[in-house]
Write a protein that binds this ligand. Structure first.
Ligand SMILES: Cc1cc2nc3c(=O)[nH]c(=O)nc-3n(C[C@H](O)[C@H](O)[C@H](O)COP(=O)(O)OP(=O)(O)OC[C@H]3O[C@@H](n4cnc5c(N)ncnc54)[C@H](O)[C@@H]3O)c2cc1C
Length: 442
């Protein structure tokens, strides 16, 4: 019977250590340091390098990756349990070597990269010394990659890339860019696009501007509007097969989506803890907020939604480990992606509301959390697109009914049951007649 909701005691010890380490050493840095992707920030790096070393010594660095890549091969389920803690802190994922988007980029380099590409890009990325950028969305088209127009044309032994990309996160800190471009316009989106590695500083690659989220000040903005103007890279910068970008992007985004969900559980719990603390602390004339039924409803609904979401995420992580193939878990990952922003939004909104004016002020993190919930509904594809994926895959398992009536149509079922159990029906009918003669008509 392999159905178990318990964490094995050895790994639970690791989780307890992670919990204490993050709380004591990493969370305070969130309030002091800038962007974790900025590896050029010497002060920040001086503060976090000893933490990297502690995590590495403990065997917890990038531990979802296999030993050949310096990890423990823990897989996605254990990563999920870790991320439920790491997601509390802005810096913790990078301190543990599993920071997005670098973790997703590392995954595709590991899957599809040549030995030379791994040595040049993957190893320093895994070592935490550099950051990377994933450059796919375009200013005129995000949700539908079939509309992308950035073009890569073969010229002798080189490829020349031309086009614009939008919201390429961390471009300003990246040492290299993984770029999706059309290489064969006649082959369609599934076979006509390829992935390239473009080193930062390649002539023709320009950050038009860095875009911020919400009211983020311009100096911190880190989602780039990029221009690729005749960017020339050698043929060995092609990542994977020519025409293979769609498959690579699905591998990357599959992992990325579920990793975001794992970390989101941690953020939702922070909001939930704040809600409960407020409920038991704030007094009305009749007692604490916690004694009011509508507050209790907020707490109960939130707890139930969090538990449901967490189980969906853990089961999806378990399925990924089982199948070792994101394509086979596409429906589940899409479902997680749809559920994530809604649970996060609803819990944060309730927690914010219970804090009154303080909740909407800039002295609490709720406004930023609400924005993050909305970001989760858009980045890596909007909710609607993922709902369609879920629905299509579910509906594939159904066939149209033969004839006019639905399978559960009661008269048709009764007729079939009567035909199957004709003898029993006859017996029941006889008894009914006896009953009637004894009791008279009902
Ligand atoms: C914080 C953040 C970080 C990001 N980082 C990166 C990154 O590093 N690299 C990268 O390449 N991209 C990145 N993105 C871009 C992200 O992947 C896109 O924003 C996303 O795919 C949606 O594309 P869009 O913004 O062009 O929205 P659009 O495609 O214009 O969609 C807008 C809205 O239209 C509706 N819609 C669109 N298509 C459909 C449809 N088929 N069915 C139903 N409704 C639809 C939805 O309501 C959707 O929200 C990031 C985005 C954010 C917010």
């Amino acid at each position: 019977m392999a159905w178990d909701f318990e964490t094995d005691p050895g790994f639970q010890e690791q989780l307890d250590w992670i919990d204490a380490f993050v709380r004591e050493h990493v969370e305070p840095l969130d309030l002091l340091l800038g962007n974790p992707h900025d590896k050029g920030d010497e002060h920040a790096m001086a503060a976090v390098r000893p933490l990297y070393d502690t995590v590495k010594a403990r065997g917890l660095w990038a531990c979802h990756l296999g030993p050949q890549l310096g990890g423990q091969g823990y897989g996605q389920l254990k990563l999920a349990l870790m991320n439920e803690i790491l997601g509390r802190s802005r810096w913790a994922p990078s301190v543990f070597g599993c920071q997005a988007p670098d973790s997703g980029n590392a995954e595709i380099l590991a899957h599809f990269g040549t030995e030379e590409q791994k040595a040049e890009y993957l190893e320093p990325l895994l070592d935490g010394g550099i950051s990377s950028c994933y450059s796919m969305t375009e200013p005129h088209a995000g949700a539908d990659p079939a509309l992308f127009t950035t073009r890569a044309v073969r010229d002798g032994t080189d490829w020349v890339i031309t086009g614009e990309k939008w919201f390429s996160s961390n471009a300003r800190y990246a040492s290299f860019f993984i770029v999706m471009a059309v290489t064969d316009p006649d082959a369609g989106p599934y076979r006509g696009m390829s992935m390239f590695i473009v080193p930062a500083g390649t002539p023709g690659l320009e950050i038009v501007r860095n875009v911020g989220l919400g009211g983020e000040p311009g100096r911190e903005a880190s989602h780039a509007y990029l221009r690729y103007d005749d960017v020339r890279v050698p043929a060995d910068c092609l990542l994977g097969d020519e025409g293979g970008a769609f498959v690579i992007s699905q591998t990357r985004l599959g992992g990325g989506r579920v990793h975001h969900a794992m970390r989101t559980i941690a953020r939702i719990r922070v909001a939930f803890d704040m809600m409960c603390e407020r409920a038991v602390s704030r007094q009305t004339r009749k007692g604490s907020l916690a004694t009011l039924q509508m507050v209790q409803e907020s707490v109960a609904d939130s707890w139930i939604e969090i538990e449901q979401f967490r189980l969906l995420v853990l089961r999806t992580a378990w399925l990924i480990d089982r199948h070792q193939d994101y394509q086979k878990v596409r429906k589940d990952i899409a479902a997680v992606k749809v559920a994530m922003p809604k649970v996060y939004h609803d819990v944060v909104q309730r927690a914010m509301h219970l804090h009154g004016a303080l909740g909407v002020s800039n002295e609490m993190p709720f406004a930023d959390m609400l924005l993050q919930a909305e970001v989760l509904a858009i980045a890596d594809g909007p909710t609607e697109v993922h709902k369609v994926t879920v629905a299509r895959q579910v509906l594939e398992q159904y066939a149209p009914v033969d004839g006019l009536w639905p399978t559960q149509h009661l008269p048709a079922r009764l007729e079939a049951a009567r035909a199957q159990y004709a003898e029993l029906v006859e017996h029941l009918a006889g008894n009914e007649e006896d009953d009637l003669s004894e009791r008279g008509p009902r």
